[in-house]
Design a protein around this ligand. Sequence first.
Ligand code: ATP
Length: 431
Amino acid sequence: MAENLMDKVVSLCKRRGFIFQSSDIYGGLANTWDYGPYGVELKNNVKRSWWKSVVYERNDIFGMDAAILMHPKVWEASGHLKGFTDLLVDCKKCRKRFRADQVADKCPECGGGFTEARAFNLMLKTFLGPVEDVNSISYLRPETAQGIFVNFSNILDSKHPKLPFGLAQIGKSFRNEITPGNFTFRTREFEQMEVEYFVHPNDAEKSLEEWIDYRFNWYLALGLNKNNLRKRPHGKDELAHYALACTDIEYNFPFGWSELEGIANRTDFDLKQHERVSGKELRYLDEATKEKVLPYIIEPSGGVDRSILAFLADAYIEEKVKDDIRVVLKLHKDLAPTKVAVLPLLRNRPEIVELAKSIAADLKKSIITVYDDTGAIGKLYRRQDEVGTLLCVTVDVQSLEDKQVTVRERDSMQQERISIDRLKEYLQGRF
Ligand code: ATP
């Protein structure tokens, strides 16, 4: 199954409305994807789970949401204007472009030789206002982090936090990747979930280790198979220009082990640079020692889209049921886009349909519930399994008499009769 698991996930995403090719009716825009009805729910659930873990369940982290467009000086200070580059090579024969670190000396497409490698800046450039000249150049942020750093003193002044403390943010970032691909794994527009955690320099090393574990455990808690997850410390030669140390959390994607999230010690590089370029002091005053500290920053930086891809690939299961193959998305309960589906066993019996609809309407007030009567029950179950719905509630002829319904669980397919008046409470107890 491993070779074509990716094709199966991509196909399910399109067939059932998780992820579509962007601008499909125009032939599609390469490597750009739109999240459909189930995709947007899954995405929101991933983001909500992350936010809960890094903001709500802790006392030391605040949320924020900075603008995508920033003052161009930010990118000068951060080093992105000069240093955010990949080395690229062109094939002299077929003219295809590659990242120099991803190919040997011959073109993998046609066997041609390469040009000398040259630095290619990954930031997407645009112009603000009506005049397109050097003064109106702006950049779409290549990471959400800088929006946090430039607000450091605003947070000190408004929240008066004690070190260590952090800021969390989820948002779009843009990179003009030379070789995007592997579905949503590498795209030019993507969403990041980042924490910038400010610590006393003496505590940075320990904090980095704590964050690596904290984030690793988040993926495990949301159901990723532990055999598909690993930690990979960076070698000195692969560290980003701002990092002293970094460990990637990698997932065993259908195309091989690849980065899900990077957890880096960014030192005081960013605050120091912003101090220098903006001329504003960005120091933390330690009340106890009266010492002014330039904190170090520990940064867990994950991709929303990459984690969705990992959750989908991990959850995709094909099971033999009698003589049939059942496709089921065994997503964690917090991630499943729909929690409950209410299904009438006979759609041509108005009393059954009416009862099923009224049960669904009531559940919808507190549980993400759908109603579906567009097929025979076997087909309806199969549909819900494919999108990972946790529980199906079936209303049948007997329900009219005994005021009970059948509740079927996604993974075990076990069924239980539950009385309608305690259904909501029962279902709520299952999530
Ligand atoms: P890679 O080595 O794969 O290019 P990176 O090390 O440049 O990634 P970071 O700068 O550490 O990535 O970004 C943090 C996270 O943002 C990554 O772990 C990934 O989940 C996500 N991310 C980065 N670039 C992309 C992209 N082009 N498409 C989708 N997600 C991305």
